[in-house]
Every structure is written in C-alpha cells, then in structure tokens.
Design a binder for this molecule. Structure first.
Ligand SMILES: *Cc1c(COP(=O)(O)O)cnc(C)c1O
Length: 477
C-alpha cells in the first residue's frame, strides 16, 4: 500500500515513511491510496475475537509488509496486554439502543493511549531496524503530552521533550507527565501560554539546522499510524453488536477530528457504519459545519471538556480530500482560502453527501453537567465531560433506522474530577495504577518563553546520536 498526500504534491511513501514523517512535505496529511475492504464473512468471523486479534487484521493491510507479520503480531499483543481491562475497550449497554465503549483503560486514562501505545512501539521498532534515533518534541495543553510521554518512555531510540504552559494544566495532567521516571523523558514548563508552547515547537521545526542536528520528530494527531490504530475499536464494537448484518452508528466527542475520522475509515473498509455523530462543546466549528456546509473559524473558549477546545480540526483535511474527489490541488486551494479568510463552504451536492453519514452536535457546559447527572441516575455510569457530550448527542440524534449506537467514552472521569464532582456530587477515584500519583516525585524544568534557551536545553539533555532529519510541524495536540 502506498500513501499519498491530501495536497497532492508530496512524494508517495510506504508505511514506515509515513509513520516517521507525520506531516507531508507539501503541508498535507498522508492517506492510503485505497481502502482495504473486509467481506461480510470476514466481519462475521471477527465477532468474539480478542481486541488484539481484530487489531492485527485491521492493521496488517495498512502496514503491508513494512513490518514483518510475526513482529507486528508480537508488538500488537504486547501493546494491548498492558491495558488494565481484559476486554481492552469494553462495551456497556446504557439503554435499549445505546452502548458506551470505554476507551480509557490505558496508562493515561484517555483514548489517545489506544493509538499512542502502539505508535511508540512501532517507532522504536522501525528506528532500531534503521539504526536511527530521534528527538520528539511537542506542546500540550493537557492530555496529549502524558499519552505521548507514556508511549515513548524508556524507548531507546527516542528522546522526548514535552512543553506545557506553566501553571495552566490541571494537577492530574501535570503529574501524569512529570512523575514519569524515565531518563529519556523531559518535561519543560514554559513561562507562557499553550500558544507560546506551540509556537516554540513550530519554531524549532522551522530552524532547519537545529531540526537536522537533533533529528526532530513528532507523534502528533495527524500521524497516519494513530488513525490506523483507532480504526480497530470501531471494528471491535461494530462486529460485537451485529455487523455486518445490522447497521451501526457512533457518537464521538471530537476536537481534531482524528477519532471520528477513524470511524469514517472503518465504514470505507466495509463495516456498515450508517451514522457518525460529531460532538462538540461551545467550540462548535464542526457542528456548525455539518449544519450549514460552511467552516468558519472563531475564537477558542475554555470549557469543561478542554481536549475539545479546538478551533481548527486538523484531521478534517482527510475527509475533505474524499469530499473533493481526492483532488489534492482542490484541497490545497480550499485550505489556503480557509487560512486566509477563516472561512470556506461546500456546495449543496457535497453537503448533502456528507450529511448522509454525519450529524453535528453541540452541548454547552451546563448541558454537559446535566448529562453527567442524568446518566448516573439512569444507568449508574459516571461519565467524564467529553464522554457526556457523546452520550447526550447519541440520545438526541440517533436515527430511527439504527438499532445500535455506540458512544465513545474518551476519558476516565477521574481525569476531570472537579467538573464531575460539580455535576454529580461524587469525586471519582483514580484507578489503582495511578492511586499514588500525588505521592510520586515530580521532574520538570521551568524555562522562559525563549527559543534560544529551549533549544540549548534540548541540546544539553539529548543523550544520543541522531542520524535523521524531518520536515514537519511538531504539534502533538
Ligand atoms: C483528544 C481528545 C478528544 C478529541 O479527539 P480528536 O481525535 O482530536 O477528535 C476527545 N476527548 C478526549 C478526552 C481527548 O483526550
């Protein structure tokens, strides 16, 4: 399988190239040049198989020989054996037509672990085979940093530096990053905002000499391998609930559009995905788009679901590529317009096409707290604010012809204890693996918002040889 850029003018790459390079050289995102398809018989055979067994089948055609099959199987088995629920991504029935898929049983309690735990291992494997070492840098406003750190800790081929805004991430989030005792993990608290952190990371990538000297790389949410790993749980849920013989819908709380795009990909691969609901908080650019066909940027406002406080959903470009009939030039032109004017629109025919599958939904903070309270009363489930937007959306927008709708629970409630307690009167406890989080020693360095100082720090802490150069943006959010 070959991978092509959504903007049509970057070189085609095989899987290992796409894994390591993230963003394409023309500024686009890599997508496979065709979708592998599963027959009805193959889907039926998945029902009842383990998460790792289904993962191997879904992932194999995308890797397409770039990793030896026995090694791939070993890596996948090892990745999901480390999750703290035997089902990896358990399904719970909430009412007659609605199921919850719990995607918070990885080390950092958010769905990002399902992809990043695998991607960290794939990086290590591919780099070892090539005899290369990289420096991963990224900026985080909370969740992504800890998931990336847990994915890369103790991996010999990787040194990881994560920048967060000093005093502006929650205590749970900060401790999840700073208490990781691994020599290759470096936390930098920047005296500034998240935007400052992100600008510093971009500036490091744009400093070509530094980028080459340090072999900079990234594991950001536009990395194809993260999407690929997320497709797996759509097959797990769908085949458990009657696919291919019953249509299935999903409700997904969304920020960068990576998770819900994986659901779209599962549909292209033969899973009968008949509805995708895109949930958002007051930052509702996606919900407005699916209502009107017009994508219009607005200012980001803080909410109780901070991982969805996003203005531009980077992975949306992958859907746009299909909507524009895989015409990279048209995608590039549309996004240039969007960056310049903060706005673009789909024509009526394409809007109708996209709305056959997608629905947008928005819920403000008050509605989110109400949903947490109601769900606890009606089903006994204590939801985090992101997941609550998904279940509220599912209840409101499920189409009558869909017998089974799955709401994705993207975080454990203990990651957002203040909002959950406010809504429910209950303070969720951290699961056993994190129970001593508040007793563990923290390691972090505080640096000013100054590119030269940050680059010097990375140089000093870097412990190994680098033999690789990348050209990409270093955002991990
Ligand atoms: C990252 C994140 C999201 C948004 O996921 P996207 O793939 O960016 O749409 C939703 N919920 C939680 C808890 C997250 O950490």
């Amino acid at each position: 399988m070959k991978y092509v850029s959504t903007r049509g003018s970057a070189p085609e790459l095989a899987f290992d190239g796409v894994l390591l390079s993230g963003l394409a050289r023309d500024g686009g995102l890599y997508v496979p040049d065709g979708w592998p398809e599963f027959s009805a018989a193959e889907l039926r055979a998945m029902a009842g198989q383990s998460y790792a067994e289904i993962a191997l089948q879904v992932i194999r055609p995308f890797v397409d020989g770039a990793i030896d099959e026995a090694d791939l199987k070993r890596i996948i088995d090892k990745t999901y054996a480390g999750f703290d629920h035997a089902a990896v991504a358990p399904l719970k029935q909430l009412d007659r037509n609605l199921w919850l898929m719990e995607l918070f049983h990885g080390p950092t309690l958010a769905f990002k672990d399902y992809a990043l735990q695998l991607v960290g291992r794939l990086f290590d494997y591919v780099l070892t085979r090539r005899g290369e070492r990289v420096t991963i840098v990224g900026a985080t406003s909370g969740d992504t940093g800890s998931a990336a750190i847990e994915a890369c800790r103790d991996r010999d081929q990787v040194e990881i530096f994560i920048l967060h805004p000093q005093g502006r991430v929650s205590e749970v989030q900060r401790r999840q990053m700073t208490t990781v005792a691994a020599a290759n993990v470096h936390n930098i608290a920047i005296e500034g905002t998240f935007d400052d952190c992100q600008d510093l990371v971009k500036a490091m990538f744009n400093d070509t000499a530094f980028r080459d000297e340090m072999s900079l790389s990234a594991v950001n949410s536009i990395n194809w391998a993260r999407i690929m790993a997320q497709i797996v749980y759509y097959f797990v849920a769908g085949t458990a609930l009657g696919a291919p013989d019953r249509p299935i819908g999903f409700s997904v709380p969304s920020g960068n559009f990576g998770n819900v795009y994986a659901g779209y990909a599962a549909g292209r691969m033969g899973l009968p995905v008949a509805q995708l609901i895109v949930g958002s908080n007051r930052n509702d650019i996606l919900a407005r788009f699916f209502e009107t066909g017009s994508m219009r940027m607005e200012k980001v406002e803080p909410s109780y679901s901070p991982s969805m406080d996003i203005q531009v959903s980077s992975n949306f470009e992958r859907l746009l590529y299909d909507l524009l009939d895989r015409d990279g030039t048209a995608v590039a032109a549309t996004l240039t317009t969007f960056r310049a004017s903060g706005n673009f629109s789909l024509d009526a025919e394409r809007l109708a096409r996209v709305r056959r599958l997608f629905d947008g939904f928005r819920l403000d903070d008050a509605g989110t707290l109400e949903e947490i309270k109601q769900r606890l009363e009606s089903s006994g489930e204590l939801l985090d604010p992101h997941s609550a937007i998904g279940t509220a959306a599912a209840a409101r927008l499920r189409r009558a012809e869909i017998p089974a709708l799955v709401a994705m629970a993207t975080a454990h409630p203990a990651k957002f204890p203040d909002a959950v307690e406010k809504a429910s009167g209950r303070r969720p406890a951290l699961p056993p693996r994190l129970q001593d989080l508040y007793d563990r020693p923290e390691r972090l360095d505080v640096l000013p918002n100054d590119l030269g100082r940050v680059e010097d720090f990375v140089r000093q802490r870097q412990r190994g040889l680098n033999r690789r150069a990348f050209t990409e943006q270093g955002k991990t959010a």
